[in-house]
Write a protein that binds this ligand. Sequence first.
Ligand code: ADQ
Length: 498
Amino acid sequence: MVTLQLGLSVPLIPTRGASYSPMLNAAQHCTSIQLKSSYLAPNLCFFVSNSYKPDQYTSPSFFPPINQSVAAIIFGDGTESKLNPLTKRRSDGAIPIAANYRLVDIVISNCINSNISKIYAFTQFNSTSLNSHLSRAYSALGLGREGFVEVIAAYQSPEDNKWFQGSADAVRRCLWVLEEHPVTEFLVLPGHHLYKMNYKDLIHAHRSSGADITIAARHADTVKRNPGLGYLQVSSNNNVVAIREKTEGGPKKPSNESSSTKNDMNKRGDGEGYWSMGIYVIKREALVKLLKWHMPDADHFSTQVLPGAINVGMKVMAYKFDGYWEDMKNIEAFYQANMDIRLNKIPGFNFYDKDAPIYTLPRCLPPSMISDAVITESIIGDGCIINNCKIKNSVIGMLSCIRDRVVIEGSIIMGADIYQMEDVQRSTGTTTDIPIGIGEGSYIKKAIIDKNARIGQNVRIANKDNVQEGSRDANGYVFSGGIVTVLRGAVIPDNTVI
Ligand SMILES: Nc1ncnc2c1ncn2[C@@H]1O[C@H](COP(=O)(O)OP(=O)(O)O[C@H]2O[C@H](CO)[C@@H](O)[C@H](O)[C@H]2O)[C@@H](O)[C@H]1O
């Protein structure tokens, strides 16, 4: 019996010219599906051209062409992660999202889709998983003759025997690497944001205005107030006249924050307020001058180098962006982004866009196998084994194993690194006998189950006491904003109630 009413869409991209090897790997998107003994076809591996479709950029500001003249600098992660406990063992960019991907795939795909194929990824904290994903997914051969994703892992040397002290320190100490290619601009990007942007528009605006630095920004009215964001004061001709960032060691808030900063500025006639997206393009000479001559001791771009550029008289402009953008400011934002992706209803952003596909590591997994399950409004990653169960409003990551009589609602199951095809013998009765996946008869609601977790039989995870914040690390889970996150590799014994 197969009853289908689903929006299952897989992007079809013709092969043209040079090809990228990273895999287009859209998860199966199910509006409603009931399957008995069926397979979902695995995501096919499509190869796409780097000769991006013809566009409007024929003006002089696009000579030399963007793929030769712009290199991206992606920041993998610094010390502070807002996504703990998902970042206990990995950096933000390596967090699984939308069943088949890692967060960093989004920004790298934006680069590839904008014809930017020289990509430097700076990594430092908890970087093992990110380094491994980047080097396996985006091999140099796949990005055309001159393209690459080069991982620049933090290092110590006889001259510099400290770790990178911040984003600016990292770039300064690696200028010798960045200067190997004679690009005219660097595009600086955080590696964990969820958005789709054609960076050509940003670069076009930057070149047209003759700016030294152009910062992508959102109007203050369009983003919920967030003290973690940098505040830009922007004049009517888009000049950034002041930047107020978090101060080192202090709170992450604009220095003159009041209940309505924007209104205060308007009263003073100083221009309008925008939030910085932490995404900016900077002229190569400006970057070198700022880091080597003007601020040789600055460690951070956000609090020191960008405000300092205005102080030394450089032209800093704002590029207004009003598309979907989520900077993953906390676990709730991450959870909500997954829920929105699941519905495939984010305006201007989805994983099924043939003109701007999302790439990831080609894993060659078998199709997901589903027996007698009822699945609604959910996405299912590759290689899952889903038995007689009910799944509603959820994201089920790669290689998930969901056993009989399980009910999952509004949850993110991140999946596993390995299959445990046969249930481990449970004769000894110790908790370590619990296999990876979700055990028979368990119920999971509004939770994030990190990779390789072992949920026993008849477990109930539904935040019964409505705890908002709290760490139960020793027991393998944490509450954040009322969402239960079960830690990577945690073992939750049979009959546990959370
Ligand atoms: N040595 C290192 N190696 C690798 N990565 C490193 C690193 N040091 C720092 N990073 C990473 O670089 C990125 C940028 O760091 P920033 O300190 O500028 O800040 P943040 O992301 O808080 O805010 C920024 O982004 C928000 C939007 O989210 C803006 O509003 C704000 O103005 C802007 O400063 C972060 O992802 C950080 O983890």
